[in-house]
Design a binder for this molecule. Structure first.
Ligand code: PLP
Length: 295
């Protein structure tokens, strides 16, 4: 099977007693139209998604990604995903994908088509972008104000902070702003100066020998890669911590990484035009570990 590989999925209710979902999957030609223009994902970005790695024939963190899809569905008041069906869809795709190389598997649940609406869902596998160079060389980042104060998730739950929605226009605009400022990536801060996340990544720093990431309190995604990084570090005897992180701490860190499912780990070489210390050996070790995951 060549890439991209696209599978349309008829979502079944979460409490369905079914165990065989094969008749709910429909492979379609990736070049052919597959979505109605009045699908609310296309009309309003009203849906949720996950992207997970399929590396040299092994899927990565399937359970955590489906778990986060369920959490996003709850926040967005979408029908609860049928966990067994999503596992089956991913297995169905994996059995048809090349077993070498880095592949990105994107799974999407949309609110569907009005009136109704009945949820629509699909999976698409594509060749992953080549992150090899930045895994070695790192990236330059800028900090950008996300426009919200700390505590926004509790104060304004309708903003859907903490859900991985399809509405990534702001995230993409923040990456364009980084490029305009001569950098490669962005680290979002709250309006009152606390570190949040990147537009497509989690932030991990090492400060005083301790690996720290912001508390996933609802304003940011709880990154599956960040959790793998912490498990690896803890097993290696390192200290890890979830806590509030301020912009000055970021600038004074021993090292800063951006981590996410397809990129894995990249270190930040420059922040807002100022050089940052890096630990390329640690980056290499993290990537070796992250790329070798097999569940
Ligand atoms: N935060 C945001 C906004 C993201 O889009 C992503 C991934 O795309 C992450 C964090 C990292 O999540 P994960 O490590 O599960 O890919």
């Amino acid at each position: 099977m060549t890439l991209p590989f696209t599978l349309l999925i008829d979502p079944v209710p979460a409490d369905s007693p079914r165990t065989d979902f094969s008749d709910t999957f429909h492979e379609v030609n990736s070049d052919a139209p597959a979505l109605r223009v009045d699908d609310l994902s296309a009309q309003r970005g009203d849906g949720i998604f996950e992207t997970l790695g399929f590396i040299d024939g092994s899927p990565q963190e399937v359970g955590p990604h489906i778990g986060r899809l369920c959490n996003s569905a709850e926040i967005c008041e979408l029908p609860a995903p049928n966990v067994a069906q999503w596992f089956a869809a991913i297995t169905h795709a994996m059995e048809r994908l090349p077993r070498t190389g880095e592949i990105a598997l994107k799974i999407v649940l949309s609110r569907g088509v009005e009136p109704g609406p009945v949820a629509t869902a699909w999976l698409q596998a594509t060749a992953a972008p080549d992150f090899g160079p930045v895994r070695t060389d790192g990236v330059r980042a800028v900090t950008l104000d996300r426009g919200y104060p700390r505590g926004v998730a509790e104060q304004a739950p309708w903003l859907l902070m903490g859900a991985k929605t399809l509405s990534y226009a702001v995230n993409m605009a923040a990456l364009r702003e980084a490029k305009r400022r001569g950098a490669d990536d962005t680290i979002f801060l709250t309006h009152d100066g606390f570190v949040l996340e990147g537009p497509t990544s989690s932030v991990v720093i090492r400060s005083g020998g301790v690996y720290v990431t912001p508390v996933p309190s609802g304003a940011i995604l709880h990154g599956t890669t960040q959790q793998s990084v912490f498990e690896y570090l803890q097993a290696a005897g390192e200290r890890t911590e979830y806590r509030d992180l301020t912009a000055p701490e970021l600038r004074a860190a021993d090292a800063v990484w951006l981590v996410s499912s397809i990129r894995m780990a990249v270190h930040v070489t420059e922040l807002d035009g100022q050089s940052l210390p890096t630990d390329p050996e640690r980056t290499l070790a993290l990537n070796r570990h992250l790329l070798a995951r097999t569940t």
